[in-house]
Design a protein around this ligand. Structure first.
Ligand code: 3PG
Ligand code: MG
Length: 402
């Protein structure tokens, strides 16, 4: 259990509560295309409303680099959708500096149980530099600070870390607790056998995760683009498949590490190949299945093959805990999604505790319709990855202990 002060440990009646959420949702033409992060934030908001707090919500949205970014990266659509989801008005109070006179006036006028939302915290340049002035501005709005932004917990910014230095009370919300409990238990105190599945394009993105999970798990399964660097390290030719030459030695080291720790490391035994990368990504494309040690020089691996699907599904069947991060192939293309679907299905069918570590794998599981079959789907991409690397997350560390 996360040993941080939570919304159950504080009294917010009549108090101004600044709640840092991760409302960094994908938007297309002002429309929210995936609202999981909004839904995940509701329990904490509802609890604070029920307890009679004056709720001041804040979040970043995307990367804000230019003045033009400010036109498209406003949190206005989030206020509208949150109001609908909560069945209660969430009043949007925009200010180009996030905190300003109109915000202070709005906060002063709040009644217990009311909710306002501030503008994108990254409209203030110092936000990502953890600057003092903005941290103090945010702190000046509230009596109590609650951080429920797990997705941002790997960042040390004003609105999740800096602000905690200038408030009396800095607690975490239910989402933060739930994420850390699920990911933490799975990795540090798993019911065994514990199977970890890693995929995604690049080995370089997962170096520390591979190493850390090898120590914790019983079986490590590798798929996706990163598998080809492992196959190369095994001495196979990988044709035109995605390959990181600079990480071949690292993959060799990891195979030796698995061996010396007595852990199973599963690599693809066959693969679906194409002549080129589909363009657009979901274009129809001709495929062929070959054994992993027989990838033709002019072909590239795009998904795990049928024998590998069976091998991986079998490994998941006997597991009691499964953590999955990263797709098995180019799942955005239906022709190259079979490996990712097979793994998602295996996870959906097992009684094991199944945890999906955010980002692409969360998107894949939801898109394929297996979302409600998983024990926990993380709202954090980068944050869950850094957590799985065994790193301390600054956003979590900054909250006060129980
Ligand atoms: C995310 O979606 O990764 C988090 O919201 C953090 O955003 P960032 O990667 O832009 O810091
Ligand atoms: Mg990110």
């Amino acid at each position: 259990m996360l040993n941080k002060k939570s919304v159950d440990d504080i009294n917010v009646k009549g108090k101004r509560v600044l709640v840092r959420c991760d409302f960094n949702v994908p938007l297309k033409g002002g429309v929210i295309t995936d609202e999981n992060r909004l839904v995940a934030a509701l329990p904490t908001i509802k609890k604070l409303v029920a307890d009679g707090g004056k709720i001041i919500l804040c979040s970043h949205l995307g990367k804000v680099k230019t003045e033009e970014d400010k036109l498209t990266k406003t949190l206005a659509p989030v206020a509208v959708r949150l109001s609908e989801l909560l069945g209660q008005e969430v009043k949007f109070v925009p200010n180009p500096d996030v905190v300003g006179d109109n915000v202070r006036e709005a906060v002063d006028a709040m009644k217990d149980g009311e909710i306002i939302l501030l503008e994108n915290t990254r409209f203030r340049k110092e936000e990502t530099k953890n600057g003092e002035a903005f941290s103090k501005d945010l702190a000046s709005l509230c009596d109590v600070f609650v951080n429920d932004a797990f997705g941002t917990a790997h960042r040390a910014h004003c609105s999740n870390v800096g602000v905690t230095e200038y408030v009396d009370t800095a607690a975490v919300g239910y989402l933060m607790q739930k994420e850390i409990d699920f990911l933490g238990n799975a990795v540090n105190d798993p019911v065994r056998p514990f199977v970890a599945i890693l995929g995604g394009a690049k080995v370089a993105d997962k170096l520390n995760v591979i190493s850390n999970l090898l120590e914790k798990c019983d079986t490590l399964i590798i798929g996706g683009g990163m598998a080809y660097t492992f196959l190369k390290a095994k001495g196979y030719e990988v044709g035109k498949s995605l390959l990181d030459e600079t990480k071949v030695d690292y993959c060799k080291e990891m195979m030796e590490k698995a061996e010396s720790l007595g852990k199973k490391l599963l690599l693809p035994v066959d693969t679906v190949v194409t002549s080129e990368f589909p363009d657009p990504i979901d274009a129809e494309i001709a495929t062929e299945v070959v054994d992993a040690d027989k990838i033709p020089a002019d072909k590239m691996g795009m998904d795990i093959g049928p024998k590998t699907k069976e091998l991986y599904a079998e490994a998941v069947k006997s597991a009691k805990t499964v953590v999955w991060n990263g797709p098995m192939g180019v799942f955005e293309n239906p022709i190259l999604a079979a490996g990712t679907i097979a793994v998602a299905k295996a996870l959906a069918e097992t009684d094991a505790t199944t945890i999906i570590g955010g980002g692409d794998s969360a998107a894949a599981v939801n898109q394929l319709g297996f979302g409600d079959k998983m024990t926990h789907i993380s709202t954090g991409g980068g944050a869950s990855l850094e957590f799985l690397e065994g790193k301390e997350l600054p956003g979590v560390a900054a909250a006060q202990d129980k």
